[in-house]
Write a protein that binds this ligand. Structure first.
Ligand SMILES: [Zn+2]
Length: 167
């Protein structure tokens, strides 16, 4: 199927035909995500399938994958974060319908009939972000520019020794 991430898809019709969409979205095109990454180079890959479940609900299955460069909130350096999101969504027209979904399916509210695949991909990436991006401690430079108020639990010479080891 020839389609791009920016096309508008009717998810209910796509479910009727069992349509699959696969492709890439440039991260720089995702306006909600772009300000949250250090570098918006690269793409998110997606493979999204529409179908009807046993109750004739339009459901969305698939994967979204991207390698994001976030800013570590401890050392403010760049850090790699891999998102691999598995989609399990059911198309709903309202919140009352969302209440009746089987466990494991998240509601995908579609009120205007069509959705943009890029938005769906972006939603999954945003959900896959850590609340506070931080390196694992071994790879963190641990030299915060802004010092948090309050007493530091670390002896000042320990920080100096750490700095010396790095240089
Ligand atoms: Zn760090």
């Amino acid at each position: 199927m020839s389609s791009t991430w920016s096309d508008l898809i009717d998810p209910r019709r796509a479910a009727d035909t069992g349509a699959t969409f696969a492709g890439r979205v440039p991260l720089a095109e995702l306006r909600r995500l772009a300000p949250l990454v250090v570098d918006a180079a690269g793409d998110a890959e997606y493979n999204i399938r529409f179908s009807r479940d046993g109750s004739r609900r339009a459901v969305v299955r698939g994967e979204v994958r991207a390698r994001l460069i976030l800013r570590c909130q401890r050392c403010l350096g760049p850090m790699e974060h891999e998102v691999l999101a598995t989609l399990s969504l059911a198309v709903v027209a309202g919140l009352d319908e969302a209440d009746g979904l089987p466990e494991g399916d998240e509601p995908l509210l579609v009120t205007e009939g069509r959705i943009c695949l890029g938005e769906l991909v972006e939603d999954e990436l945003l959900l896959g972000l850590p609340q506070i991006p931080r390196h694992v401690s071994e790879s963190c430079a641990n030299l915060p520019v802004e010092v948090a108020p309050g007493p530091s639990p670390q002896h000042p010479f320990a920080a100096l020794a750490h700095w010396r080891d790095k240089h």
